[in-house]
Design a binder for this molecule. Structure first.
Ligand code: ATP
Ligand code: LTN
Length: 330
């Protein structure tokens, strides 16, 4: 029997997942569970780069775990755990940060963008965030990392750090590849279709939350910003709003962009937006039901985390041990 390839990915407990997180990453996490040996993490340490309240973070971590499972992550098939429960993540981060250049981190667009938005709190953690992400991935000797398009650059720096380390010490780390969907890798804001949909957007109308009620979803789609030429046609440059809605509809129904264009030929934007809203509400309904159930089963969630931490620690400790030995710390 050949060994299954390893998958690793994570999301930050910074709020309820959006339709972007779901279509860009989570759906692939679920789909890959049978074919791969999957490890999925709630990256709570990463979320410390933004100021928060302790009680709020405690709630969000459990809620995100429940969202993972509600979306279809099966703890019987995949390892599901909390980043802070596995000390090797922080330990390997220090080692890798000594093999990462300031110049490389300076080029990260996510850092530039987040530093620009939070000028009052440009902390060192925000700057070294990609090193912690590299540690997450490399500890599990991951082959593939399912993420949205915005994480491509972080995957590139992870590969560079791993290759640099391997270049000095031999084959310590597996070099990971990103796994990005063809449609849905970059869902845009419903209010500013030039920027990506983000769960931390201040404007609630800009994103669809996984837990939005059907009426809310339909209302948000009705209000989505579009152009005025009233033709459902894909053109990211001149029709970013409509193109985004077409990607969403394509992603939830599996219909191609051409099919969608034909389906709405001669019909107005009103019909189109309504249909997209209904399709999204339908997709999210079973997830919402499962989520509500899970949030009443706290003992179950705690058991999942306990088992996940044990399994993850075992794998991570092995890689960290190897690293320490190579660099002379044993
Ligand atoms: P925040 O708003 O707190 O920065 P976020 O919504 O960008 O968070 P993350 O937790 O950073 O979400 O990302 C989780 C995963 O979802 C990553 O794989 C990321 O690439 C993906 N993702 C995030 N936003 C989108 C989007 N708009 N379209 C597609 N994928 C996305
Ligand atoms: N930086 C990622 C979240 C993340 C991640 C990871 C994704 C942290 N560690 C490891 C994949 C693999 C983001 O989406 N903002």
């Amino acid at each position: 029997m050949t060994e299954k390839k390893r998958i690793f990915s994570g999301m930050q407990p910074t709020g309820i997942l959006t339709l972007g997180n779901y279509l860009g990453a989570m759906r692939n996490w679920v789909a890959l569970q049978d074919e791969y040996d999957c490890v999925y993490c709630v990256v709570d340490l990463h979320s410390l780069t933004v100021r928060h309240e302790a009680a709020e973070l405690r709630k969000r971590r459990m809620s995100l775990l429940a969202q993972y499972i509600a979306c279809g992550i099966d703890p019987e098939k995949s390892i599901v755990f909390m980043q802070s429960h596995v000390p090797a993540h922080a330990e390997l981060t220090w080692v890798l940060s000594c093999y990462t250049y300031m110049g490389e981190l300076n080029r990260m667009t996510q850092f530039k963008e987040k530093a620009g938005r939070h000028q009052d709190n440009i902390n060192a953690g925000l700057f070294t965030y990609p090193v912690l992400m590299a540690a997450d991935i490399l500890l599990y000797q991951s082959d593939l990392v399912p993420v949205g398009d915005d994480q491509k650059q972080h995957l590139e720096i992870t590969r560079d750090i791993a290759k640099r380390f391997n270049g000095v010490y031999g084959d310590v780390f597996t070099i990971p590849d990103p796994y990005i969907p063809k449609v849905g890798a970059r869902i845009m804001s419903l209010q500013e279709p030039e920027s990506k949909m983000s769960k931390s957007d201040e404007n609630q109308n800009a994103f669809i939350s996984l837990l939005d009620a059907p009426e809310t979803i339909i209302r948000k789609f009705k209000r989505a910003v579009t152009d005025s030429d009233a033709v459902v046609r894909y053109d990211e440059k001149t029709k970013p709003g409509i193109s985004n809605l077409m990607s969403i509809y394509s992603s939830v129904t599996g219909k191609s962009l051409e099919q969608i264009q034909q389906e709405f030929e001669g019909k107005g934007y009103g019909d189109f937006k309504m249909t997209v809203g209904e399709a999204v509400a339908e997709t999210l309904k079973p997830i919402q039901e499962r989520y509500q159930e899970l949030m009443t089963s706290k003992d179950y969630l705690r058991d999942v985390l306990k088992k996940g931490a044990e399994d993850a620690n075992r794998i991570a400790a092995r890689t960290l041990g190897k690293v320490y030995k190579k660099i002379g710390l044993v």
